[in-house]
Design a protein around this ligand. Sequence first.
Ligand code: ATP
Ligand code: MG
Ligand code: MG
Ligand code: MG
Length: 476
Amino acid sequence: MNSAEIRDKFLKFFEAQGHTIVRSSSLVPGNDPTLLFTNSGMVQFKDVFLGTDKRNYVRAVSVQRCLRAGGKHNDLENVGYTARHHTFFEMLGNWSFGDYFKRESLKWAWELLTKVYGLPAEKLWATVYETDDEAYDIWTKEIGVPPERVVRIGDNKGAPYASDNFWQMADTGPCGPCSEIFFDHGPEIWGGPPGSPDADGDRYIEIWNNVFMQFDRQIDPATGQYTLSPLPAPCVDTGMGLERLAAILQHVHSNYEIDLFQTLIKAAARETNITDLSNNSLKVIADHIRATSFLIVDGVIPGNEGRGYVLRRIIRRALRHGHKLGQTKPFFFKLVKDLVAEMGAAYPELPEAAARVEMVLKQEEERFGETLEHGMKILESALAGNTGKLDGETAFTLYDTYGFPLDLTADICRERNVELDEAGFDAAMARQKSTARAAGKFKMAAAVEYTGDKTKFVGYESLAQSAKVIALYVAG
Ligand code: ATP
Ligand code: MG
Ligand code: MG
Ligand code: MG
């Protein structure tokens, strides 16, 4: 079953249960300035849960493009290391806004997985919050999952309700227990069942999270303690990773082996002249072309802070992997057309913006290409005489003069089993800032751009290049 059929079956199943199909929203949340990126399907419904937005439906279903590469959820460091994490992925989700609750949610999830998608029931596991007897009984008594495959998971991290099976939107506000469904990929793969010490392996892979918002959490001003009071109308919020489900349905273990990713990996291999498709760098490049293209589709441009800097960091990581494969010319932007062929039908905004996406990526490749090669030489020589730790001074020079984001240098160090002196990096950064301050107002003035009647500080790239002010600013 390919990705298109998986999306279609999900939407049709919940539509038949009275859900309204809602289109994916942008990766840049329109309703929440505190959130860097849309990291789950519920983001566009946040205000509905909080009661400040009303819709003309109480059941919704969507396939949401998500990004977990910054902010609260960050899987950037997992890409290339686990079989199941991407920066950009698609989340299949269904919602009840004060309508149905645990019973319907779990029963539909089970029916969809086992009957519509045909997953073998004996390979599915479920978790519930430790005190959630209601969900436990629905799984064991009503759906009939053997109790040995239903695991109670509690607060094992000390903080109140911080466990994986208790969800909260923020410190206060709507929250509640969740129930997650896992798939057992078999004993050939390392990992233990949910709740066990080896649960972080890739054998038992979490596929679907069902969140039951049933409490309002507040802080009692008198005692400073958290209080939980029942919400008048409990809600359901679910999310299932499309790529993880596709892996199961296509009888492969890793997300990177599914149809969609294989196409992108082949394209990356074509552009880098690599024949071994199992090369890890190809996976990273395939992941990153999705994340960066969709960010540009959604209006983000590479920059030095905020969302723009996340985009720049992801692009530069991809380019570094290209360099590792021997690629010295711009290649990354050439994968856009392959991505459009693969995902353009599901996301019409992608082909519409393709030319712009290619242009932005190509510019960024040309820009970084000039310093990547040189920076890599410096890094290689620092790593050659290395005693297990890369000094912060070198990491800072790479950052400041050669445009190596710290996470990029850290990633290379991780590949070589070398520790990165982050404290040393911070110290070098602080030193540079105070030197820059001492260097006086002249340079600051140089970094001011006049944009009509507004004046905006746009920053300068480094002391070494302080005369060269970056002219990248957003007018107005
Ligand atoms: P994990 O524990 O594997 O990191 P999670 O608990 O962080 O997943 P949720 O926040 O519960 O994930 O998101 C709901 C679903 O979205 C997950 O069950 C999974 O199928 C999918 N998902 C989450 N993160 C990713 C990711 N980085 N890449 C691909 N799919 C993901
Ligand atoms: Mg996670
Ligand atoms: Mg999890
Ligand atoms: Mg989860």
